[in-house]
Design a protein around this ligand. Structure first.
Ligand code: CO8
Length: 261
């Protein structure tokens, strides 16, 4: 499939997906999301790829769903498709990717753009990043996790204020609130995200994927159940050659050679 709205590159074991619709501030049309899902699923199936970076351009990660495309949608149509999730829908498929995805956010991450960043595993923000859920300003509301993931990440008070007023928060406020893992200078964003993804991709892939699963379970399960998922996965890592190698390498004071099994 050739893409018109995204650019894809690889750097060693890292897939780099760049949203590339700058004239619309990377607004997430159906077509953009179709291409995003296609690229992510290609990398998911590619043994050579161990982690993914999802980014936009300096001005915008993504300014939300495509308002032009959505404007004349009907309730019946959205309901019947269960937009934007739906069975086999784009957002469900992004959330189902099992390899780690880092969102590298510069510029605006608004509405569906903020929701897409939050659907990734963690966010590294450039110092010019601005996050917001401004759907209320166009008479609607977040529909792809803005009221749910944002509230879990930053708590009710700030999430409620952002969703009710549409106020943007800058990178510093987002970091203080726990929305982003850290802030880097804009000029360093891409390289820093790739460096981080390369580090993750160099580690034991099954253990990495079990960690992703277990951390995601913390959002979805009561504590006792989540702790059980963690414990079972921890125990399962002892069936891996990588665990034996990792611990042997530590004790022998050498670098481990992981084989992803
Ligand atoms: N949809 C469609 N077009 C857009 C969008 C968008 N979300 N955002 C920007 N554009 C277009 C503008 O209309 C403009 O087009 P034109 O050149 O033809 O006039 C072009 O991009 C450039 O935009 P601006 O001139 O406004 O650029 P600025 O740098 O001055 O401002 C902003 C950038 C602040 C990002 C501003 O464009 C803006 O406020 N955009 C809208 C943000 C917004 O309201 N987002 C929420 C949308 S609703 C939503 O996301 C619901 C989510 C539901 C589920 C998710 C499904 C994907």
């Amino acid at each position: 499939m050739s893409y018109t709205n995204i650019l894809c590159e690889t750097r060693g074991p890292v897939g780099i997906l760049i949203l590339n619709r700058p004239e619309r501030r990377n607004a997430l049309s159906t077509e953009v999301m179709r291409e995003v899902v296609h690229a992510l699923e290609q990398w998911e199936a590619d043994d050579a790829i161990g982690a993914i970076v999802l980014m936009g351009n300096d001005k915008a990660f993504a300014a939300g769903a495509d308002i032009q495309e959505m404007q004349n949608q009907s309730f019946a149509n959205l309901y019947l498709q269960d937009f934007p999730e739906g069975r086999g829908g784009a957002w469900t498929r992004v959330s189902a990717i099992r390899k780690p995805i880092i969102a590298a956010v510069s510029g605006y991450a608004l509405g569906g753009g903020c929701e897409l960043a939050m659907a990734c595993d963690f966010i590294i923000a450039a110092d010019n990043a601005k996050f917001g859920q401004p759907e209320i300003m166009v008479g609607t509301m977040p529909g792809a996790g803005g009221t749910q993931r944002l509230t879990r990440l930053i708590g009710k008070s700030k999430a409620m204020e952002m969703c009710l007023t549409g106020r943007f928060v800058d990178a510093n406020e987002a970091e203080r609130a726990g929305l982003v893992s850290r802030i880097v200078p804009l000029a360093d964003l891409k390289e820093e995200a790739i460096r981080t993804a390369t580090k993750i991709a160099s580690l034991s892939r099954p253990s990495v994927m079990m960690i992703k699963d277990a951390v995601k379970a913390a959002d979805e399960l009561p504590l006792t159940e989540g702790l059980k998922v963690e414990r079972r996965s921890f125990q399962a890592t002892f069936a891996l050659e990588d665990q034996k190698e990792g611990m042997a390498a530590f004790l022998e004071k050498r670098e481990p050679r992981f084989k992803n099994r």
